[in-house]
Design a protein. Structure first.
Ligand SMILES: CC/C=C\C/C=C\C/C=C\C/C=C\CC/C=C/C(=O)SCCNC(=O)CCNC(=O)[C@H](O)C(C)(C)COP(=O)(O)OP(=O)(O)OC[C@H]1O[C@@H](n2cnc3c(N)ncnc32)[C@H](O)[C@@H]1OP(=O)(O)O
Ligand SMILES: Cc1cc2nc3c(=O)[nH]c(=O)nc-3n(C[C@H](O)[C@H](O)[C@H](O)COP(=O)(O)OP(=O)(O)OC[C@H]3O[C@@H](n4cnc5c(N)ncnc54)[C@H](O)[C@@H]3O)c2cc1C
Length: 643
């Protein structure tokens, strides 16, 4: 199962080696993080990032190993933006010459970059950005400027204190004419003494949600006061500005300017399963240790994992972690394919890839954030302790619902793709993840054939149900949209239904990828049978949760919906015997989990007790403030004594 989770034996070995490397090195200790103030926390992160870079070089780690190393260090920092956004932006949007100049500097970290797109006034609406880049023909330069307060760049990670360079997104102006938003490579700091370059105002935007997690990152604010950069620092793969000031667009679609976001959204989907599996691992292990009620004849009480209600909350999350792992793996292969095509100037699969990355990013991050919080509740009161590992995990994870495309905004992008696909149905056969929309007639006409609960243990029955639900919702939106004279007005009016239809489409993708995975690549029959159970749990849980959609579209009868739920409950008892094996297969080490409740050895109570004594408040019996503020109250003569 560990191999099935990792994707291959080699992938397992690489991640396992890196997990152990981090866990066994005292530099990467992280239990004390919650006690550190912001400055110490930040410096500590800088120290770890520097040490990690030394390890990467000394041990000659591969790119894959370096990624895993950074992952297990488990502290957001400037290198995330450098490797995940700055470098890919140059790779995807730079010309050959620009790549030749900038990539070697970035890949050896002689420069450190960030991705400065979002502003105080605009994040989602990229075309609404206000920073300007005005071409000056006399000097062959662009003048970068922040004309308003709301044009201040706001959020870029690593920008406040570390990055020496940034890809800055700004409106291009030539001879007073706007040419849309483009990316520019801008140096922010001196490579000698690290001070901000003249004309730039740089700072940190302040503390964020949680304590020891995202506050390790220096998210920054940046303002330009007429800062000049050479013309050849505009990323020019998509459009070019000549030294005469001529603006030209190549055959490459403008959407490629958004390519870095497609790349990171793909990574975010792949990472969702890491965060969810971490929470599920903690909650499952603890649910086996924790006992409440049910003692008979003085025997042990019931393990809380044996309560049906606990199972009904926990096991769908366990199944979701596996579903997200497989859909992340699938999305990665789709992305690798589109990347190769883009390099060869084949842009045909970009719209579908954009819709998949946007939609799956929204689906997986929302479910993961909610899932982590549910796991916290599944651990009862102890889940609220920082030492459970769950509050900080939630604080770290929840911004994923907003960054890299706010989730609702992303689902609306999926809706645009679906509406377009439906309106082209007469002359263009949909392919890939939208292929089912090419079979609308049977999907709209045929109804579900299930008659018993066992009939739901059938991948074809499940797939058809999810396809019919999505197709009926999408087609329904398409028909209602057609009634509007102004399509944009219609889109806005129907946006709630469109977001629901997009979710149905994305859930269909996750379910069908899980089923495909079972059909092809599982090593060993025992593993395959166990994963089949999780696949059914995932699908039937979604069916139960969204049964309103399935019923309202008329595909299922209420009886068939309740048979699905009956089967789901039966499946929980099949998950139970393997629950610990399922979570051990994630191969999460105690260091990574950073949770007293999720310890591999189950030794929860002594370690909880021990952890409590490490709190600084327990350094002494009488702490600072008691004599000054508590003793006087105890010793005062009360005026209201008689009352
Ligand atoms: C430590 C972190 C822990 C875990 C994370 C794990 C891994 C991640 C690793 C590193 C990241 C680390 C930390 C995160 C840092 C965060 C960074 C950021 O947030 S960067 C900023 C991100 N900003 C956004 O995502 C903005 C969202 N907005 C948009 O993308 C666009 O404005 C929007 C698509 C909403 C609208 O575009 P617009 O051009 O205004 O309009 P329109 O809808 O008309 O689109 C035109 C046309 O283009 C198509 N399209 C849009 N986007 C894309 C795209 N990306 N690719 C391809 N095509 C695209 C769109 O569908 C439309 O097509 P049609 O004309 O309809 O055919
Ligand atoms: C931790 C973190 C790290 C970040 N790192 C970076 C970074 O490195 N670089 C960078 O450039 N940016 C970064 N960002 C910024 C991030 O990309 C934006 O916050 C994100 O894109 C969301 O945009 P917004 O803040 O403008 O949200 P808004 O768009 O203002 O969202 C507010 C609300 O409005 C709704 N809404 C907006 N538009 C529509 C619409 N058309 N229809 C319906 N509803 C709508 C949304 O659904 C949401 O509910 C980071 C953000 C965070 C939280």
């Amino acid at each position: 199962m560990k191999v099935a989770w990792a994707g291959s034996r080699e992938a397992f070995q690489v991640s396992d080696r890196m997990a152990k490397l981090v866990a066994n090195d005292p530099v990467f200790e992280k239990f004390s993080k919650p006690m550190l103030g912001r400055k110490e926390l930040f410096k500590n992160t800088l120290r770890k990032a520097a040490y990690a870079w030394k390890l990467i070089n000394d041990l000659r780690l591969t790119e894959e190993e370096a990624k895993w190393l950074r992952h297990y260090i488990d502290e957001p920092n400037y290198t995330d933006l450098h490797w995940e956004m700055f470098v890919p932006a140059i790779e995807g949007q730079g010309t050959k010459e620009q790549k030749k100049k900038w990539l070697p500097l970035a890949q050896t970290m002689q420069i450190i970059g960030t991705y400065a797109q979002t502003e105080l006034g605009h994040g989602s609406n990229v075309q609404g950005l206000e920073t300007t880049a005005t071409f000056d023909r006399q000097t062959d330069e662009f003048v970068m400027h922040s004309p308003t307060l709301t044009s201040s760049k706001w959020w870029p990670g690593g920008m406040a204190k570390v990055a020496t360079h940034a890809i800055v997104y700004a409106r291009l102006i030539i001879d007073g004419l706007f040419h849309g938003v483009h990316g520019f490579i801008v140096q922010l700091r001196s490579l000698e003494d690290h001070s901000p370059l003249p004309g730039l105002t740089l700072g940190d935007i302040g503390m964020k949600f949680g304590h020891g997690t995202y506050n390790t990152m220096d998210n920054g604010v940046l303002r330009f006061d007429h800062v000049r950069i050479p013309r050849n620092q505009m990323l020019m793969r998509v459009s070019q500005v000549t030294k005469e000031g001529k603006y030209a667009q190549s055959d490459v679609p403008r959407q490629l300017l958004y390519g870095t976001m497609v790349s990171v959204r793909q990574t975010i989907v792949a990472d969702a399963s890491k965060a969810l599996s971490r929470a599920v691992c903690i909650a499952t292990r603890y649910s086996v240790v924790r006992r409440q009620f049910g003692s008979r004849n003085g025997g042990p009480e019931t393990q809380v994992i044996d309560y049906k209600t606990q199972q009904s909350r926990l096991f769908p999350l366990l199944a979701s972690a596996y579903a997200f792992r497989f859909v992340g793996e699938w999305l990665k292969s789709l992305y690798i394919d589109v990347k190769q095509r883009l390099e060869a100037n084949d842009f045909s699969t970009l719209p579908e890839t954009h819709a998949c990355t946007a939609g799956l990013k929204a689906l997986t991050t929302a479910a993961t954030a909610d899932g982590i919080e549910e796991c916290r509740k599944l651990c009862g009161g102890h889940g609220y302790l920082i030492s459970s590992g769950l509050p900080e995990l939630f604080a770290f994870y929840v911004p994923a619902c907003s960054y890299e495309g706010e989730n609702v905004v992303m689902m609306l992008q999926v809706a645009r793709f679906l509406v377009k696909t439906v309106s082209n149905l007469g002359y263009k056969q949909p392919v890939g993840t939208a292929a089912y929309l090419g079979r609308v007639t049977p999907l709209l006409q045929n109804n579900c054939a299930v008659q018993t609960a066992e009939d739901w243990l059938n991948p074809d029955a499940i797939l058809e149900a999810f396809e019919a639900r999505a197709a009926r919702m999408v087609i329904g939106c398409g028909e209602r949209l057609a009634m509007f004279e102004n399509p944009e007005e219609g889109f806005a009016e129907l946006s709630i239904d469109l977001v629901e239809a997009s979710l149905a489409h994305c859930q269909l993708i996750t379910v069908s990828v899980f089923i495909q995975k079972l059909n092809h690549e599982i090593p060993g029959n025992g593993v395959k049978r166990s994963l089949e159970v999780l696949c059914y749990v995932y699908a039937l849980f979604l069916l139960h949760k969204h049964q309103g959609d399935f019923l309202a579209t008329g595909y299922l009868t209420p009886k068939q919906a309740s048979l699905a739920n009956e089967q789901l409950r039966t499946l929980y008892s099949k998950v139970r015997p393997n629950a610990i094996a399922f979570v051990d297969s994630f191969n999460h080490m105690d260091h990574y989990l950073c949770s007293v409740l999720g310890r591999y050895d189950g030794n929860v109570y002594p370690k909880l007790y021990e952890a409590a004594w490490k709190d600084p408040l327990n350094d002494s019996d009488i702490v600072d403030g008691i004599q000054q503020y508590v003793q006087p109250i105890l010793k005062q003569k009360l005026h209201y004594a008689k009352l």
